[in-house]
Design a protein around this ligand. Structure first.
Ligand code: SAH
Length: 220
């Protein structure tokens, strides 16, 4: 990791301000989300030769066949989640760690699971440098983290073939899960647990994510 990569300049801040305004124009309204996008240096999550792509509103490859989600998608999911300070949030699909940092910048205590060992190792080394309350776990997100449940919020950042029941059971009553469901394209679901046995379900448009894989965590 080069010093250049973890340096945040006025130029980077200017690009982030533009990106934040673009997301506002695209309909993101939650000021805590917009503030997090403006504050967290997205270029820290890129290899240094790709820095110029960091503030475009696009997904980008991060190795191991995975992508860092498009900023609009990160903002959209974060807004649907409605995060308040000190909430315990479980993220499935750590990837680059960017989304986890956005949630942490919004004040959440973040638990995040990644099933690809190479990505997990890379991101686990980066996260402590960001000074956020984030605990990374290597494993299968379908199982969640029963030892740390229940959670106020659960965010799935890979395409789930259906709504994962094991994860719903790890949500507090009053808690919210946001999950893209489907194969080639996904419907964004927001599920609020209204009682032990009931969930209020809403659909929020179509998105495209890399698939959430169900076999056990493996090295690639
Ligand atoms: N949130 C990430 C982007 C996610 S891309 C970011 O901000 O960069 C989706 C990620 O989900 C990939 O890293 C992929 O390896 C991971 N993934 C896929 N299936 C998974 C599973 N069953 N458990 C945990 N992570 C999984």
């Amino acid at each position: 990791m080069t010093a250049t990569r973890l340096t945040d300049t006025y130029r980077h801040q200017g690009l982030r301000r533009k990106l934040t305004e673009l997301l506002r124009q695209k309909g993101i309204m939650d000021e805590s989300v917009l503030n997090a996008i403006f504050t967290v240096p997205r270029h820290y999550f890129f290899d240094s030769s790709f820095l110029e792509f960091a503030y475009e509103d696009k997904a980008f490859p991060i190795g191991s066949g995975q992508t860092i989600s498009q900023p609009y998608t990160v903002a959209f999911q974060s807004e649907l989640l409605k995060v308040s300070p000190h909430m315990r949030v479980l993220e499935i699909g750590t990837g680059s760690g960017y989304q986890a940092c956005i949630l942490a910048e919004m004040g959440a205590k973040v638990y995040t699971i990644e099933r690809q060992k190479l990505l997990f190792d890379k991101t686990k080394d980066l996260l402590p440098k960001m000074n956020f309350r984030i605990r990374p776990f290597y494993g299968d997100g379908y199982k969640g983290l029963p030892a740390h449940a229940p959670f106020d919020r659960i965010l799935i950042t890979a395409a789930a073939p259906n709504i994962p029941n094991e994860l719903l059971s790890q949500l507090k009553v009053g808690g919210v899960m946001v999950v893209p469901v489907g194969e080639d394209v996904q419907t964004m679901y927001r599920l609020e647990r209204s009682s032990e046995t009931e969930f209020i379900s809403e659909k929020h448009g179509m998105f495209r994510f890399v698939p959430m894989l169900s076999d056990k965590a493996k090295d690639i």
